[in-house]
Ligand binder design. Structure first.
Ligand code: ADP
Ligand code: MG
Length: 471
């Protein structure tokens, strides 16, 4: 494992396994095993002992390095479930990231009885959140803007706060949250532990750290050391030929899941249109999309209803997309660091992946800079001329059902309706995601239309429901 620098201060023990952390309750170790967390990631190894000892920590580590569990396991140790006051607060830049963090915290807290984790983000009515806040949650995961609304209206109280976490701090600053963060800090007690996580470390982050942290332990995990698990291939190609090459590469590799990174929204759109035309299962993710469309896109990509996601860096940052088989850089990133973040997504927590980069001659300098930074010779490949383009079809399709958490819809209700009354085979039903007002069901594409028609006429929990087949 790559070394963390600088090393933890001497009074903090150096540990190399979760077992040595003596986490409570004892079942936590079994829980981590069940989650497949058998060894600590480098950032966890470097940060957890200090976090458990109550020290402030600021850590820079790339996306996918396990930062959530690093602060999550730490803050959970400091939460007293018997005290019904808010003891931990995690700030995230977007609702998606907040949802992901809350989900991970709940998984980590599975063996801790009655820990209430609440997310507070825009996009949901304030009044609904105010009602959930009548009984203070132990842990709040929030975006800065919405949290500040609650603090100003005194629906959230941070007087008993023990741990404050800023996750993806660089992105929060990019999104203009610096002031909201400063205002929020005024509501938090002085005696608290502050943890700051960021993928990059611009000056503005150092400044925030200086303002809100007390002699933090600084951790920097060298992302370059973690590269070998990703196989990188480079293709030289004229700009005007990139789309064809991309279509051919997708045809050749047939990835179950692939993210294509573009530097601009315009390229995103062009790639999306071309792949749609060649019937290669594709959706786009870019900054201009409405939250609802982003949610739908991510659900469909994660549940196998879409094989290729075309995205800009900003839109895709921080998203924990599981089991990505392949990443394609439609154009080299301007910054080698960004390149490393992109390709790191196919080798999450140690699993190998393939990263292909398409380079036009005018990107030669960027390729040279990359070669220097990675200390490796780029592996240039060619594809036989005339490699054919074949459709890439998704295995699943998604039904979107009106009625989610608020309507107390549960996966079992939907599964029951589909397999019981409608007689679908359980094997044809995939992931079921319950969102606040919608539920999403992945259905094997071949039977999706039939299931959709039947469900429109059928019932769930004794009630007729509105259903759409997303395409
Ligand atoms: P980051 O916030 O650094 O981008 P995440 O916290 O989202 O990374 O973790 C990335 C992935 O790694 C998640 O799917 C998470 O479940 C997994 N993960 C975290 N810690 C471990 C571990 N110790 N062993 C195996 N997988 C882990
Ligand atoms: Mg994260």
């Amino acid at each position: 494992m790559p070394p963390a620098r600088p090393l933890a201060k001497p009074e903090i023990p150096i540990v190399t396994s979760f077992a040595e952390l003596n986490l409570l309750p004892e079942e936590q170790l079994a829980n981590l095993n069940e989650l497949g967390y058998t060894a600590m990631t480098p950032v966890q190894e470097a940060a957890l002992p200090a976090i458990l000892a109550g020290q402030d920590v600021r850590a820079q580590a790339k996306t996918g390095s396990g930062k959530t569990a690093a602060f999550g396991l730490g803050l959970l140790q400091h939460v007293d479930a018997a005290q019904f006051v808010t003891q931990s607060l995690v700030l995230c830049p977007t609702r998606e990231l907040a949802d992901q963090v809350a989900k991970e915290l709940r998984r980590l807290a599975r063996y801790m009885p009655n820990i209430k984790v609440l997310t507070l983000c825009g996009g949901l009515p304030f009044s609904v959140q105010r009602d959930s806040l009548i009984h203070a949650p132990h842990i709040i995961v929030a975006t800065p803007g919405r949290l500040l609304d609650h603090l100003n209206k005194e629906t959230v109280n941070l007087d008993a706060l023990k741990t404050l976490v800023l996750d993806e701090a660089d992105r929060m600053l990019d999104m203009g949250f610096a002031e909201a963060i400063d205002q929020m800090i005024a509501h938090a007690p002085e005696a608290r532990q502050t943890l700051l996580f960021s993928a990059t470390w611009p000056k503005a982050i150092a400044a925030i750290s200086a303002r809100i942290q007390r002699s933090p332990l600084a951790i920097e995990i060298d992302s370059v050391d973690e590269l070998p698990a990703v196989e990188q291939q480079f293709y030289e190609v004229a700009r005007g030929r990139k789309i064809t090459l991309l279509q051919q590469l997708l045809s050749k590799h047939q990835p179950a899941s692939c993210v294509v990174f573009c530097n601009t929204k315009k390229d995103c759109q062009a790639v999306m249109d071309a792949l749609t035309d060649s019937r290669q299962s594709v959706l786009a993710l870019h900054g201009d999309m409405e939250q609802r469309d982003r949610d739908h896109t991510l659900v469909r990509f994660a549940n196998g209803s879409c094989r290729v996601l075309v995205a800009t860096d900003v839109a895709a940052r921080g998203l924990d997309i599981k089991g990505l088989e392949m990443v394609i850089n439609y154009e080299l990133a301007w910054d080698p660091e960004v390149h490393v973040h992109r390709i790191g997504r196919t080798a999450r927590a140690g699993e190998g992946g393939l990263a292909i980069s398409l380079c036009a001659p005018e990107e030669a300098q960027r390729a040279a800079a990359l070669e220097e930074m990675l200390h490796m010779k780029l592996s240039w490949q060619t594809l036989p001329a005339g490699t054919s383009v074949v459709p890439l079809e998704a295995e699943m399709a998604t039904l979107c059902i009106d009625g989610g958490k608020k309507a107390k819809m549960r996966p079992g209700d939907i599964l029951g309706a589909l397999t019981g009354d409608l007689g679908l085979n359980g094997a044809d039903i995939g992931k079921i995601d319950i969102h606040p007002i919608h539920a999403f069901v992945a259905i094997r594409a071949a039977v999706a239309r039939q299931a959709w028609k039947q469900l429109q006429q059928g019932k769930i929990k004794g009630r007729a429901v509105k259903v759409r087949l997303l395409k």
